[in-house]
Design a protein around this ligand. Structure first.
Ligand code: MG
Length: 165
């Protein structure tokens, strides 16, 4: 049994995960338009991963005998100046998501809801991975930024095309 307050917060998190998915689809489309096929592919997979996060939270609420209430998803940005601007935006977004997950954990700890704490541990670990992967790409893009010929950007795009899941 989960409290009404925690259930409402998890429902809000489901919306936040779906918004993330929407954001990454938009980023994928921008990359595709800018001819970065590998980045477009990478973000399509990232968008699917965010849907999986929403699914995990949804299943958890249902398992707890609760109800998932899907809300409208707000509009997302669709214009960026460059790949590095776009990935910095994505990294900032993941840092915000980490804070949202931490707030959920704080609430579950205050309520002594141990099962929700256990479920949230997966997401706390996951956010470390997410931030790390975005931060690594931002750092690579910044290193490439110093190089004039553009071949570094093509190589990174090829590397991101190899993402499998
Ligand atoms: Mg997520």
């Amino acid at each position: 049994m989960i409290s009404k307050k925690l259930s409402a917060a998890i429902n809000a998190q489901i919306n936040a995960e779906l918004w993330s998915s929407y954001l990454y689809l938009s980023m994928s489309n921008w990359c595709q338009s800018a001819n970065y096929e590998g980045m477009a592919h990478w973000f399509r997979l990232q968008a699917r991963e965010e849907q999986d996060h929403a699914d995990i939270f949804s299943r958890y609420l249902v398992q707890q005998g609760d109800k998932v209430i899907l809300q409208p998803i707000n509009a997302v940005p669709n214009e960026w100046g460059s790949p590095v601007d776009l990935f910095i935006d994505a990294l900032r977004h993941e840092e915000k998501v980490s804070k949202l997950i931490a707030q959920l954990m704080k609430m579950a700890v205050q309520e002594e809801d141990f099962t929700t704490q256990s479920r949230l541990l997966y997401f706390i670990d996951e956010q470390v991975e997410e931030e790390d992967s975005f931060r690594t790409i931002v750092a690579e893009l910044q290193q490439i930024g110093a190089c004039e010929c553009g071949c570094g950007l093509r190589m990174l795009d090829d590397k991101l095309h190899q993402r499998a899941n």
